[in-house]
Ligand binder design. Structure first.
Ligand SMILES: *Cc1c(COP(=O)(O)O)cnc(C)c1O
Length: 351
């Protein structure tokens, strides 16, 4: 049986279901016990991931949250400090895990409109040897930066950030949940963007469509240590090759097509922003996300608006009290985009 998505679900790219090719690969995957390091499919996925990100080694983990947490646990001891963006997923949406489980102190800096953290601010935030202060160990940067509009962070900035962290002996972790979206948007490669990073997490289960999992990449020693912490957190899995098989299809076939998602996000943005009551709150999309400001004078009831769209089979997310987020992905086709634009126009006509 081939499952398709019935709804036009623009809430997130996490809603993507696996493709028929993925299900086929999952059904046929050779497996073993991954805690013993004996699952051949997991091993292939990890090798491919490490190669793509230009790192020595990689670790298949259950989620991006786990990947980011592992990186912090490996690098920091209790009382150490991590510099992270105020708009960063690690600060906002990872349940405070670095503090709860690692005893690690987040030093949050404001993200600039382009998603970056100002290098001077990072430098000023780094602590010295003062006995009163926690020790700064690490910087976490998100690419693409979701809350700033799904913006890709340029290679030049990543290089300068890497030089800064090296100069001060800090560890640089990239939360690259959507690093392949960034690479496609910048006509670059994930490897190039993360060249200066000591570790990177990326998601298989967002735009790349795999059902489960992220991959953490880094040096051999780093991954060895992360593997221990993964076990500690209860993330040691057994025949996880069934899941990794979908991840391999994702890496082999789903990266280049992300350009289509970006193109469709642009078409949505161009059309929806011309409809009275809506404007682009974060500019033209730079990847697969459209952020729309809703004028409350035109549409006072956002719940009603959402309901009307649901009647048309369209699901959208709200990212603020007056802001919608529409995320394109594999299951959003040209026909879906046309239907959304048409429904949006009618929505307005009916008031
Ligand atoms: C989705 C996401 C993660 C990881 O989320 P999980 O749901 O734990 O897989 C991390 N960082 C960013 C920027 C994300 O968008």
């Amino acid at each position: 049986m081939e499952q398709k998505m019935d709804l036009i679900d623009l809430r997130s790219d996490t809603v993507t279901i696996p493709t028929p090719a993925m299900r086929q690969a999952m059904a046929n995957a050779p497996v073993g016990d991954d805690v013993y390091g004996e699952d051949p499919t997991v091993n292939i996925l990890e090798e491919k991931a490490a190669h793509l990100l230009g790192k020595e080694n990689a670790l298949f983990v259950s989620s991006g949250t786990m990947g980011n947490l592992l990186a912090v646990l490996v690098v920091c001891s209790r009382g150490d400090e991590v510099i992270v963006g105020q708009a960063g997923h690690t600060f906002l949406h990872e349940v405070g895990g670095i503090s709860a489980l690692g005893g690690v102190f987040p030093n949050t800096l404001p993200n600039q409109a382009d998603g970056t953290l100002a290098l001077e601010m990072i430098e000023n935030a780094i602590r010295g040897d003062d006995i009163h202060e926690p020790r700064t160990k690490m910087v976490v940067i998100e690419n693409t930066q979701n809350q700033c509009g799904g913006v890709p962070i340029e290679r030049d900035y990543m290089e300068r950030l890497g030089r800064l962290t090296r100069k001060f002996g800090l560890f640089l972790h990239v939360d690259g949940a959507r690093i392949f979206n960034a690479a496609i948007a910048l006509h670059s490669s994930a490897k190039e963007l993360t060249r200066m990073a000591d570790s990177v997490t990326f998601c298989l289960s967002k735009g790349l469509c795999a059902p489960v999992g992220s991959v953490l990449c880094g040096s051999k020693e780093f991954i060895q240590a992360a593997r221990r912490y993964r076990k500690m957190l209860g993330g040691g899995m057994r025949q996880s090759g069934i899941l990794a098989a979908a991840g391999i299809v994702a890496l082999d076939t789903m990266i280049d097509r992300l350009a289509d998602d970006h193109q469709r996000a642009t078409i949505l943005a161009e059309n929806l922003s011309t409809i009275p009551g809506f404007s682009l709150s974060k500019g033209m999309p730079r990847s697969n996300m459209v952020f729309l400001h809703v004028d409350r004078a035109v549409f006072p009831d956002l719940k009603l608006l959402k309901k009307k769209l649901e009647k048309e089979g369209i699901l959208i997310g709200y990212s603020g009290p007056e802001e919608m987020r529409l995320v394109t992905h594999y299951w959003i086709t040209d026909a879906s985009v046309a239907h959304v634009i048409e429904s949006w126009k009618n929505l307005h006509a009916k008031g």
